[in-house]
Structure formats: C-alpha cells, structure tokens
Design a binder for this molecule. Structure first.
Ligand code: 5GP
Ligand code: ZN
Length: 137
C-alpha cells in the first residue's frame, strides 16, 4: 500500500521508537500515547483489519502481545494492561492498517478506555446468541 503510513512505519521507511521487530511485525510507541508506554503492534504486510488478517498472523500477533506485556511490565511496573484492537470507523479505527494497542495502565491514570456497560439489556440475549452461533465455523 503506497499511501499507508503504518506500512512505512512497520517496514522502517519512516522513523519510529521501535521496541521490538521480527520478520512479520514491528512494535512501536504510539505517537499520541494514552498512557506512558502505549505501544502498537504492526504487521509488516498490509491488512486493513481483523477481517483481512490471515489466521497465521492472528496467532502470531497474540504471541507478540504476550511477550511484550511481560517485558513492558518489567520495564514500567504498571498496575494494569489493556490489549485493544479497533476495526472500522464505528469501532474507533483511524488508521486502516491492522494494529494492536498495548496500553499500560496506572492506578488513577484516567485514560478513558472504560466501556459503557448495560447495553445487553436492550437486546434479547438468547436471540443474539442464536444468530451468532449459527455462523460460528
Ligand atoms: P486506532 O484509532 O486506528 O485504533 O489507532 C491509531 C493509533 O495510531 C492512534 O493511537 C494514533 O495515536 C497512532 N498513530 C497515528 N499516526 C501515527 C504515527 O505516525 N506514528 C505513531 N507512532 N503512531 C501513530
Ligand atoms: Zn499499510
């Protein structure tokens, strides 16, 4: 993808604060961090979102998240850790190259990532479960 900034960052064509790199991924610091240490896992190949991401990469990306969580915990001694991944504008995705957020959390950091709850009550859970289960492969 010629115009994709994350393709360029992932492949080292634009400078970044790189924390880790292997043949498939680069992990960099987010330029507008939600908290100290907020990082992004970027695949070097362009996939817009989780729907495009091949299963092989989906497995690898969580291994990277797992390893990074341990290293970052040792380095930053945070109190909690969010793994976040947005798909589509409605979900808050702003850069359309798959990425996974690694967000250290500190007591009282007010990062504002909490989810508004109580949505389920507006739906019939049994009906929703049936519709989804019918499509699970
Ligand atoms: P999204 O909202 O798509 O899930 O997250 C996009 C993230 O990419 C944001 O947290 C934003 O701060 C970060 N970001 C956007 N442009 C750049 C950039 O040029 N460099 C880095 N390091 N992060 C970026
Ligand atoms: Zn890209």
């Amino acid at each position: 993808m010629d115009n994709c900034i994350f393709c360029k960052l992932a492949n080292g064509e634009f400078p970044s604060h790189t924390l880790y790199e292997d043949e498939d991924f680069r992990v960099i610091l987010d330029i507008e961090p939600a908290t100290k240490g907020h990082a992004l896992i970027l695949p070097k190949k362009h996939y817009a979102n989780i729907f495009e991401l091949p299963c092989e990469y989906a497995q690898k990306v969580f291994n990277v998240a797992k390893n990074m969580s341990a290293s970052m915990k040792e380095a930053l001694d945070f109190d909690g850790f969010n793994v976040l991944q947005n798909n589509g504008e409605a979900a808050g995705q702003t850069v359309f190259h798959f990425h996974m957020h690694l967000i250290p959390r500190y007591k009282d950091d007010n990062a504002g990532l909490e989810m508004p709850g109580k949505k389920a009550a507006e739906y019939d859970l049994t009906e929703v479960a049936d519709v989804i289960r019918a499509k699970v492969k």
